[in-house]
Design a protein around this ligand. Structure first.
Ligand SMILES: Cc1ncc(C[n+]2csc(CCOP(=O)(O)OP(=O)(O)O)c2C)c(N)n1
Ligand SMILES: [Mg+2]
Length: 334
């Protein structure tokens, strides 16, 4: 389906509103991702986690909203800021934390680390460190899903920086040509390392890139988990029904630096504080209160999340290191 400015757009609403029970579940998931990453940041400063570590704090509503719009048979693939997406797709906090610690019990057996979480059991096709390089892989996944008639949709998460890469444009061309079941989900968090989006691109709405190949597109604010669920729900339904790909841009913001070594001094004064007013956790907590959730209920939920995150940390810390004999297992063909 062509997506010129006059072409039909995605249905609004894409999904019926969340029940209070479902919204509570989404809030819990976002909070769990936040707490697990806060503990990961602590472990990093204690040198229990080594190498690169890119936190998703501030963006949790995108992954969690998308997960509420997807089915288990849908396949996700993403870049290196992927702890939250992995957990939202069903990788356990224990397996994520243990992988960050480089332990044998991690979801990649401790051989991948922060940027290479992977879990085929839940159709999480991995984090990747080369900016934009996973987008063509996602098209291959979508091709396989179509050929195998699985009914599954591929969802590829990528940043505003990745949307300037050549591989991304080529991937979009092919996906549209073959009407593949794929949703391109750009998380525009306004920065690629220290470069703001308008310093790197003449277009700051990356979903407009889809128009060049006739792809259905939409930009939306990604701070409200229920809204993300709705827009991704509309896009996934479009792709699942065989109408071809959709490119979405979720406007979001990362509260921490690009990686653990970035003090993020490039932000204009006041920008971070202003964005924290649209913290996904605050928005959803407020909605739950409006729906009748009381303080005691939310406190009990927060305590259970705290315990689960601490459990993941303890599990990672006490897990064994991988056997050095396995080091080359996935590096060279036998
Ligand atoms: C091909 C390539 N070029 C440069 C880098 C260095 N690099 C790592 S992350 C990054 C920024 C990418 O920003 P964006 O796609 O917006 O994702 P975000 O970090 O904001 O989630 C860059 C330039 C890289 N990893 N790969
Ligand atoms: Mg970015």
């Amino acid at each position: 389906m062509d997506s010129s400015p006059d072409a039909p757009s995605l249905p609004v609403p894409g999904l019926p509103p969340c029940t209070r029970e479902e919204l509570t579940r989404l809030y819990r998931e976002m909070l769990l991702i936040r707490r697990v990453e806060e503990l990961a940041a602590k472990a990093y400063t204690q040198r229990k986690i080594l190498g690169f570590c890119h936190l998703y704090i501030g963006q949790e509503s995108v992954a969690v909203g998308a997960s509420a719009a997807c089915r288990p048979e849908d396949h996700w693939i993403t870049a290196y800021r992927e702890h939250g997406q992995a957990m939202a797709k069903g990788v356990s906090p224990r397996a994520v934390m243990a992988e960050l610690f480089g332990k044998a019990t991690g979801c990649t057996s401790g051989l991948g680390g922060s940027m290479h979480l992977f879990d085929a059991k839940v159709n999480f096709m991995g984090g990747y460190g080369i900016v934009g390089a996973h987008v063509p892989l996602a098209v291959g996944v979508a091709w396989a899903l179509k050929m195998r008639k699985t009914g599954g949709v591929a969802v590829v998460f990528f940043g505003d920086g990745a949307a300037n890469q050549g591989a991304f444009f080529e991937a979009m061309c092919l996906a549209q040509l073959y009407k593949l079941p794929i949703v391109f989900l750009c998380e525009n968090n306004y920065y690629a390392m220290g470069t703001s989006v308008e310093r790197a691109s003449s277009l700051i709405d990356m979903s407009l890139r889809g128009l060049g190949v006739g792809m259905m597109r939409e930009q939306f604010e990604g701070f409200d988990v229920e809204h993300v669920r709705d827009r991704v729900g509309a896009a996934v339904a479009h792709a699942r029904e065989g109408h071809g790909p959709v490119i979405l841009e979720a406007i979001t913001y990362r509260f921490r630096g690009h990686s653990m070594s970035d003090p993020a001094k490039y932000r204009p004064d006041g920008e971070l504080e202003a964005r924290k007013k649209t913290d996904p956790l605050l928005i959803t907590e407020h909605r739950l209160r409006e729906m009748g959730a009381d303080v005691a209920e939310l406190q009990a939920l927060q305590a259970s999340v705290e315990a689960e995150a601490e459990d993941a940390y303890h599990f990672a810390e006490t897990s064994p290191d991988p056997d050095p004999a396995r080091l080359y297992e996935y590096t060279y063909a036998p």
